[in-house]
Each structure stands twice: as structure tokens, then as C-alpha cells.
Design a protein around this ligand. Sequence first.
Ligand SMILES: Cc1cc2nc3c(=O)[nH]c(=O)nc-3n(C[C@H](O)[C@H](O)[C@H](O)COP(=O)(O)OP(=O)(O)OC[C@H]3O[C@@H](n4cnc5c(N)ncnc54)[C@H](O)[C@@H]3O)c2cc1C
Length: 389
Amino acid sequence: MQYEELIDFGLTDEQKMVRKAARAFAEKEILPVIDRYEKEGRFPREIVEKVAKLGYLGVIVPEEYGGAGMDFVSYGIICEEIARADWVTASVISVQNSLVESSILNFGTEEQKQRFLVPLAQGKKLAAAGLTEPGGGSDLANMMSTAKLEGDHYVLNGSKVFISHASHADVILVFASINRDLKHKGVTAFILEKGTPGLIINPIPMHGLRRGDICELVFDGCRVPHENLLGKEGEGFKILGAAVDTGRFSVASRCVGQAQACIDASLKYARERTAFDQEIGRFQMIQQKIADMITSVDAARLLVRRLGQAKDAGLRRNSLEASIAKLFASDACMKAVQDAVQIHGGYGLAEEYPIGRFLFEGKILQIGEGTNEIHRMLIAEYALGYRRQ
Ligand SMILES: Cc1cc2nc3c(=O)[nH]c(=O)nc-3n(C[C@H](O)[C@H](O)[C@H](O)COP(=O)(O)OP(=O)(O)OC[C@H]3O[C@@H](n4cnc5c(N)ncnc54)[C@H](O)[C@@H]3O)c2cc1C
């Protein structure tokens, strides 16, 4: 019995094929070139174009709207396998499917679906999602950006920060308040298009992940046509809640993929590297790290799978299960990254190995789509009866 042969109950033959195809693509088309994008600090546009051709930018969108019409478990598998090779490409798939397309699919008019959802799902357009503001990303009900209806346009003022791949996006889903006194009941969703007058996009310098195209959005009297209102006025918080539930599923899947990359690299390195005349894999303290990584990643994968199956069953909102999966998977990922770097010693921080950059990428997964403090708070509040699904 080998580690690679761990029993994996519950996947259909089709889902196993999805895994095989996504893994083969990532190993052939992403892994050999991703270091170059990292060194150049360049958004992996060419890779994104290839994943678009595979239908990965519209995985969960029904075929009638240009998508691949796959189930959530398959979507999670794709996110996991792509994240095993590249954080940014997986982020593009995640934002496009989970935050933007699922919102338009669930809340858009037929006209909006034809205009925005179809080209997004076909991968002809790229999407970004603007929720976080300079004043805070956790307390979204307290949004400072405002939207005022003037004739047949809404005029948006305010700003957003840390918006992934925004300068490459053709469509940006944003949220602003039509009345800040109403708190979450004032939050409203809008579909912005590239080139909308008054929309300014500036890059945000980050310590790492320069290929991630992390941006600030400024709304300076930004004029959005009334037909780009998504859902109704004041319905934005509901749209946002549904979107982040799906977002947490794809982020948790990505955590499993990135953590698996740590296991892969650590197993290889532990067998290659010698100290005191033996492979370092023979040392118990190295073995402990490897055993902990494997166990926690296996558990994370099962939590993610449960969430995917719950979403496929479509019984109800899965906010609690989403928080549990995202919290556990991102903590497991960060721990796996730290242990993998430690196993690699000084080379863990050298450019020769990708592991060092995972320190930054893994950390983001504990912050984005709800910080882990927020998820701990939510899980406890559901359990204590202070909050309901
Ligand atoms: C690389 C990167 C990409 C991102 N991409 C996007 C994107 O595409 N779109 C987007 O909208 N956002 C994006 N974000 C933003 C991300 O979602 C936010 O950073 C996150 O939600 C936290 O918001 P904040 O940074 O304002 O922290 P804050 O909300 O200011 O929180 C600061 C600290 O206080 C803690 N805290 C806050 N409230 C509580 C509480 N009630 N109880 C306990 N602790 C609390 C937080 O956990 C955190 O530790 C991205 C961020 C990064 C780093």
C-alpha cells in the first residue's frame, strides 16, 4: 500500500477523469513555466487562456449559458489540482466561477446572463470581484462606497482594495451602499465593465505574488447604467453572502491543492537530501512533519468534499460547513507550508525551489474570503445559537 493509493470513496468515474485531466494539464502546461511568470512578476495571461479553452472559467455554469455544467465536487477537484501548480491561475478560476458567475447566474436578469455570464463562462472575458474597502474587509455591512441613482445611471463614489487580477478584468462585480444608514440592507451589487467612466484601477505593491495583479479600484463619480444593477437595490448583502459561500468552497479546495504541493515537494526532498550520512527522511522529526501534513491535508480534503456534496445536493445554504472547511483547510495549508520550508532548510527560501513563495501565498488563504478569526467567530456563533444558516 502506497501513500498515492489512499482510498478515495465517493468519486464517480467522471470525477476521477476530471482529476486526471486537470492534473495532467497542470503538470504539462503550468508547472514547467510558472517560475518564469513569478520571476517576471507577470500575470499568467497565456495560462488563463488555456484554462479557458478547457472550460475551467465556467465550470459550474450550465451549458445553456456557455459553461461546462459540472457539479461542485468536480469544480473543487479542478481548483485543487490547478492550485497544486499555481496560486494565481487557481485564483482566477475561483473568482470567476464562485464570486462573479454564480452571482449573475443566481440573481441576474436573462439579459444580464446573455450579456455577461455567457462570455465569462466561455472564457472570452475575465472577471474580478470588489468587496473589500480600505476601511475594512471583515465588516462588509459597514461599506463606505456609495451609489446614487441619477436618471438612468447609478453614480458610484468610494474605493476598494486588494482586488485580485482587476487590471485584467473585463467585468468587475462590485458592491456599494445606496443608503449607509440602512447598514447591510443598503448594500447593492453592480456589474462594472472595463472602461466605465470614473472607474480607476491602480496596482497595489505587495511583498510577494506580483504576478497576482492585486489592485485598488477607485470610483470617482463612476457612472453605471441602471441595467447593470444586479438583483434589486438593497439585495447586495444577500448576493454577497451566497457568493462567498461558494468562494469559501473554492478557496478551501485551493488550500488542499497548495498543501498537497508541499507534501509532494517534501517527500521528494526528504529522499534526496542527506545529512549525517543518511536521507533526512530517516529522521523522526522530519517524519513527524510529513505525517502531520498528510493527515491534516487528508482531513481537509474530506471536509471540502462534504461541502461540495452538500452544494451538489442543493438542500440549503452551507455557510457553517463552508466556514469549517475554509478554516481547517487554510490552517492545514499554512502549517504544511511552514513544515515544507523547514524540511527544505535554507533551500526552502531560495528561488531554486517554489516552496518559499508558498509562505506568502498560503498566508493569503488564511486572510481572503473571510479571515480565519471571522470563521472561528461564525462557527462558534452557529454552535451557540447566536446565528442561523
Ligand atoms: C492577495 C489578496 C487578494 C485579495 N483579493 C480580493 C478580491 O479579489 N476581492 C476582495 O474583495 N477582497 C480581496 N482581498 C481582501 C481580503 O478579502 C481582505 O483582506 C480580508 O477580508 C480582510 O479584510 P481586511 O484586510 O480589511 O482586514 P480587517 O477586516 O481590517 O481585519 C484586520 C484583523 O482584525 C480581525 N478582525 C476583524 N473583525 C474581527 C472580529 N469581529 N473578531 C475577531 N477578529 C476580527 C481580522 O481577522 C484581521 O486579523 C484580497 C486580499 C489579499 C491579501
